[in-house]
Design a protein around this ligand. Structure first.
Ligand SMILES: Cc1cc2nc3c(=O)[nH]c(=O)nc-3n(C[C@H](O)[C@H](O)[C@H](O)COP(=O)(O)O)c2cc1C
Length: 189
C-alpha cells in the first residue's frame, strides 16, 4: 500500500513537519510505502475562477493531485489557524477538487496536528475534515493532536514523551490496518 503524506505548513522549523516525519516512519514500520512531500512543492495562486477558465489548474495543484492519485491512502499534518484550517491548505484542496475525478475520493486519510497550545490544534482538524469528507475521502475517525508541541521533540526530532510516541505509533498502525481493509474490500468489489 502506498501512502501520500505532507505537513500543510511552509515554515522550515514547522512542528507539523516534525510530526509528519515521525508518522511517516511509523507508517513505514507498519509496512507501507511512504511518499513524504514538502508542501512547498505545491505552490499555487489563490483560487480564481477566471484564471481557471483561462489557464486551467495551476502546475502546483496538478502536482498535488498526481501525488494523491498515485496513493492508496493519505496522511496530513495540519496546523490550526484561528481554530480552523489554514488558508493555504484550504486553497490547495479547493484547486485540486476542481479536477475530476477528485484525487482523494474513496481514499482513507488520517489527520494529525501539532501546536504549542494545550489543545494541540485538534479544533482545526475538525475543519480539515469538512472539505475532504464533502468530496468523498474516508477520513479516519481518530485523529492525533500533539499538545505543547514546541516542547515535545528532542534534538533528533523524536518525541520526548514515550507514551505519546507509543500513541502516535498505535494511531498510525490502526489507520494503516483500516486502510488495508478498505483497499481489500474495494478490490473484491
Ligand atoms: C494565523 C495563525 C493563527 C493561529 N491560530 C492558532 C489557533 O487557533 N490554535 C493554536 O493552537 N495555534 C494557533 N496558531 C499557532 C500555531 O499553532 C503555531 O504557529 C504552530 O507552530 C504552527 O504550525 P507549524 O509549527 O507547523 O508551522 C496560529 C498561528 C498563526 C500563524
Amino acid at each position: 500500500m502506498r501512502l501520500f503524506t505532507f505537513a500543510a505548513a511552509l515554515r522550515r522549523d514547522s512542528l507539523n513537519r516534525k510530526l509528519v516525519r515521525l508518522a511517516a516512519t511509523a507508517a513505514e514500520r507498519a509496512g507501507v510505502t511512504v511518499d513524504l512531500a514538502d508542501f512547498r512543492e505545491f505552490d499555487m495562486p489563490l483560487y480564481d475562477g477566471d484564471l481557471e477558465a483561462s489557464a486551467g489548474s495551476p502546475a502546483g495543484a496538478q502536482k498535488l493531485r498526481e501525488r494523491f492519485l498515485a496513493a492508496d491512502a493519505f496522511l496530513i499534518a495540519s496546523p490550526e489557524y484561528n481554530f480552523s484550517i489554514p488558508g493555504t491548505l484550504k486553497n490547495a484542496l479547493d484547486w485540486v477538487s476542481r479536477t475530476n475525478p477528485i484525487a482523494w475520493r474513496g481514499k482513507p486519510g488520517l489527520l494529525l496536528s501539532a501546536s504549542p497550545s494545550l489543545v494541540g490544534g485538534n479544533r482545526g482538524l475538525w475543519c480539515v475534515r469538512v472539505p475532504l469528507e464533502a468530496t468523498g475521502a474516508h477520513v479516519y475517525p481518530d485523529m492525533f493532536s500533539l499538545a505543547a508541541a514546541d516542547k515535545a521533540f528532542d534534538a533528533a526530532g523524536a518525541l520526548v514523551d514515550p507514551k505519546m510516541a507509543a500513541r502516535l505509533d498505535k494511531t498510525v498502525a490502526a489507520f494503516v490496518a483500516t486502510a488495508r481493509a478498505l483497499a481489500k474490500a474495494a478490490a473484491a468489489g
